[in-house]
Design a protein. Structure first.
Length: 427
């Protein structure tokens, strides 16, 4: 198969790495890719939201399968666009259409969906500028802390949690006043869930599904989960507190009703569902759906899959995912993200990275990298994700950090405490 993978982050490098391991993968294109994906296939200078450009590329290069990494092309309807082209009826597309993508692109849509199909989630109400006064009254009626969420995609910045009602009202006004443009024209005010977070990933052909290994993500920039939110500073899989009893509840109370709901809504969903969950006293509550894999969670989930990912993707179109085995290895994967100094604020680009050649053991996934004069340079906030695999969290972490310590560039930063909370829980 000739495969076109869309995206340019660490998630996409991990996908490229896994797709390449399949004997079914004849040719791999990555648009736009990064310096890491360039060593696994051919990077193509196309934006992942340039739908006409992507369609032409697919035709010219006889591409058989498109794998969509990030949410933006899905939310903008890449599946619908490609499916509308009669010349592309052969094409395999991994990722939902625009309607299904609303599970991520509209928090109001996903909340109504969860309520309708009885998927456990925090209670919430949606407000607009016209109903600001009701929103303020609702804040007065809620226990603190208060959670505010912009309805639309806000690059991970659309959730505010505040212990103070006056602050919540102020933030509500600011958001509805256009803080995130269209994305915050509607704002959800939500009950705070007190628990431990875990991410669960599902691959589905619309009827059959596979629950992939779960993962824990470290979102804050600072050690001990402090400071600003980032795209993710590290991840671990598996997560011990997501034991069999909990995962059984996730399957029956969350995954099955979600898929049944999609069918009831006539949404043909072929791709990933990433379910952000809170474990509240042993019960799963959905915080959010994403319609793609997580980054950096993919960098710990895919290394634990033994099966053929291309075969699994190829089964989605005709609904035969049940015939594909994606066995999971019983080992722990950890990833530590190395970021540019200043991230998640402003940071320099183009700094040469040294030490990459000397890394042995862990897998180095590139995120924000580029090639300049035959040298790998930084090209984003999150630059590399170093994945270790071992028989324990400690073994995997030792591998990840050995890799981290071998690589450097000016003002590089990483968290030194990835996985420490899970180690402490194990006692
Ligand atoms: P999201 O952008 O939806 O992933 O939310 C960002 C983060 O806010 C989540 O990862 C949670 O840590 C936190 N969060 C979101 N909703 C809630 C909630 N209802 N209760 C507690 N924490 C939440
Ligand atoms: N790591 C969180 C995300 O991909 O949304």
């Amino acid at each position: 198969m000739k495969i076109l993978l869309l995206g340019s982050g660490g998630r996409e490098h991990a996908f490229a790495w896994k797709l390449r391991q399949s004997s079914l993968c004849e040719q791999l294109y990555i648009a736009p890719g990064n310096a890491g994906t360039a060593s696994l296939g051919e990077n193509v200078a196309l934006k992942d939201t340039d739908f006409p450009g992507i369609a032409s590329f697919i035709k010219e290069n006889k591409v058989d399968m498109v794998v969509v990494g990030p949410e933006a092309p899905l939310a903008a309807g890449i599946r619908d666009f490609l499916e509308a082209d009669a010349e592309l009826s052969h094409l395999h597309i991994v990722g939902p259409g625009k309607t299904g993508a609303q599970l991520e692109s509209s928090k109001d849509f996903s909340k109504q969906f969860m309520l309708q199909y009885e998927v456990p989630t925090a209670t919430a109400k949606t407000f607009t500028e016209e109903t600001l006064a009701e929103g303020e009254a609702f804040i007065d009626s809620m226990p603190t802390p208060i959670v505010l969420k912009a309805d639309g995609l806000a690059a991970g910045k659309g959730v505010i949690i505040t212990p103070d009602r006056a602050d919540a009202k102020e933030q509500l006004r600011t958001m509805l006043g256009g803080q995130f443009g269209e994305a915050s024209k509607k704002v959800l005010i939500e009950q705070f869930l007190d628990g431990i977070e875990v991410s669960v990933f599902v691959l589905t052909d619309g009827e059959n599904y596979v629950i992939l290994p779960e993962a824990k993500d470290y979102k804050r920039i600072g050690e001990g989960d402090t400071g600003l939110n980032t795209g993710g500073m590290g991840a671990v899989s598996p997560v011990a507190f997501a034991d069999d009893v909990f995962m059984e509840k996730v399957e029956t109370k969350v995954v099955q009703p979600t898929l049944a709901g999609l069918q009831m809504e006539d949404i043909s969903y072929k791709g990933f569902i990433f379910i952000g969950l809170m474990n509240v006293g042993g019960e799963p509550y959905v915080i959010e759906y994403n319609v793609r894999m997580g980054d950096p969670e993919t960098q710990v989930v895919l290394p634990r899959l033994k099966g053929d990912l291309v075969a699994a993707f190829a089964s989605l179109k005709d609904g035969t995912l049940h015939s594909v085995d994606l066995d999971v290895v019983d080992q722990t994967a950890t990833t530590v993200v190395m970021v540019s100094g200043g991230y998640p604020g402003s940071y320099p680009k183009g700094l040469p990275i040294s030490g990459l050649e000397g890394v042995e053991g862990p897998t180095v996934f590139h995120a924000g990298t580029a090639e300049k004069d035959d040298h790998v340079v930084t090209n984003g906030g999150r630059v590399l994700a170093i994945t270790g695999l071992g028989n324990s969290i400690q073994e995997a972490l030792d591998q990840s950090y050995a890799g981290v310590n071998a690589i450097s560039w000016e003002e590089m930063y990483h968290r030194k405490d990835i996985g420490q909370d899970l180690l402490a829980r194990k006692g």
